[in-house]
Design a protein around this ligand. Sequence first.
Ligand SMILES: Nc1ncnc2c1ncn2[C@@H]1O[C@H](COP(=O)(O)OP(=O)(O)OP(=O)(O)O)[C@@H](O)[C@H]1O
Ligand SMILES: [Mg+2]
Length: 212
Amino acid sequence: MLIAKNLSHSFDYLLFKDVDLEIHPKDKIAIVGTSGSGKSTLLHILSSFLKPKEGKVLYKNKEIYSLKEKELLKIRRYEFGIIFQFHYLFNTFTALENIQAAAILSGKEIDFNLLERLNIKDIINQNIQTLSGGQQQRVSIARVLTKKPKIIFADEPTGNLDKENANEVVDILFEYCENEAASLMTVTHDMEIAKKFDKVYVLKNKRLIPWE
Ligand SMILES: Nc1ncnc2c1ncn2[C@@H]1O[C@H](COP(=O)(O)OP(=O)(O)OP(=O)(O)O)[C@@H](O)[C@H]1O
Ligand SMILES: [Mg+2]
């Protein structure tokens, strides 16, 4: 479904090179690596937000960085769901308004069961800026799942959460993928979390290699 070929990227120095990766429906993939190894950068490249210095990202056989702006926006809106490391929620709106915005933009319904499972029902009418980091993270997960994406790209989705909430979030994401035949590509530095995934890769010495 999504194929990355020969990706290389650098800012001031080379971050990684010759990265190959395939994401198929229902795949649950985790990428681990030390801080600064380029995990977020790789996720931004795969999710259409950053053109790599070299290489290609094919989604449904089309190179995403050669698409017309309109086609790219469509994919971002209807097919990709991105949970950023630093969420981009609308700070002056409530949690519910943020989720509603996603529902309206993608033409989908809000699943109130999901809000209950994410444990955010009680805080749904609070402004984002009054929520804790973990609550904000769970709101951003609710927002992404509301869009019903085909691929979820998640950057440290459990970074601000205690163990119990972290496990629940991962279970919710896995169930979503199973039910919707969607795939999940997660970046995490938490090995406990990574172990739950089908495939784990590590970004190390500027290469992406399978983790044993
Ligand atoms: N837009 C940018 N301009 C310049 N340098 C950047 C940019 N984005 C990232 N970098 C640099 O690239 C390197 C990798 O950053 P990245 O955020 O991908 O790491 P990471 O593996 O996600 O780290 P962490 O685990 O801390 O989130 C860092 O040294 C960072 O400073
Ligand atoms: Mg990062």
